[in-house]
Design a protein around this ligand. Structure first.
Ligand code: HEM
Length: 221
């Protein structure tokens, strides 16, 4: 893959394919899941060939999502450890909300919001997977008593609602921070984008050191 000169690689092709498989599965699961969640959404089952088909394919898409997200966890977990800089970043959230990034601590590969999305999904997807297996009647209903299956349905729905809310925040942030979509569709970003949103990450790539408060000559702001 050839990237335009002067750009910075953010996501390799394999990572992007992995991400979009996850995203497509998530959207399909949301649509099929909602159609089974409440009668007002039942019309969505038409997208999957009717109620029976929806019920049959939903768990399989869930398996693909879980495997695919495991691929993202494998690639990203090291870059998502929480650091004191993340806490400092969260404290400056008022500046971030008005798109003012000067005065906000420098961000590495991912900011605190992205780390939250990552770990929230890393928790919610296994909950969805395990509760989903318990309520996958055709294969597993004989293994657990009805009361366990009822609790599993409740936990499955609650985890799904939480995951959908996290996903809405994630997509909103991806659209709101201009240039992020290109990172996940084409793989590269401009150095300006990296400097503005992920300065510590860019410094790591270029080997440039942060000037730090003591290296500046007296009187220079
Ligand atoms: C239509 C749905 C989705 C869209 C439009 C979308 C968009 C994006 C974009 C633009 C980025 C790059 C952000 C950056 O580098 O600054 C990204 C990264 C990422 N996405 Fe998604 N995404 C979607 C669905 C999902 C789903 C369903 C998951 C997980 C279940 C997910 C997990 C991630 C992770 C872990 C990253 C890397 C770190 C981060 O930015 O949080 N995405 N996504």
């Amino acid at each position: 893959m050839i990237y335009p000169e002067g750009t910075v690689l953010r996501y390799a092709t394999v990572t992007r394919v992995n991400h979009w498989i996850t995203a497509i599965c998530f959207v399909l699961l949301t649509l099929s899941g909602l159609s089974m969640f409440h009668p007002i959404f039942f019309f969505l089952s038409a997208l999957f060939g009717g109620g029976q088909w929806t019920r049959a394919v939903h768990p399989w898409i869930g398996i693909v999502l879980a495997l695919s997200y495991a691929g993202l966890v494998y690639q990203f977990w090291r870059d998502n450890f929480w650091t004191p800089d993340d806490t400092a970043w969260v404290r400056k959230f008022d500046l971030i909300l008005v798109n003012e990034e000067e005065g906000v601590p420098e961000v590495g590969q991912f900011n605190a919001g992205q780390k939250f999305v990552f770990w929230a999904m890393a928790l919610l997807i296994p909950v969805l997977l395990f509760t989903g297996l318990v309520i996958w009647e055709v294969y597993f209903s004989a293994f657990t008593p009805l009361v366990v299956q009822r609790i599993a349905v409740l936990l499955h729905s609650l985890a799904a609602i939480a995951a959908i809310l996290v996903w809405i925040v994630h997509v909103y942030a991806g659209i709101w921070v201009r240039g992020s979509m290109q990172a996940m569709t084409r793989g590269y970003v401009t150095p300006g984008w990296a400097w503005r949103h992920h300065r510590k990450w860019l410094r790591g790539l270029t080997g440039a050191r942060s000037p730090g408060p003591t290296s500046r000559p007296e009187g220079v702001p």
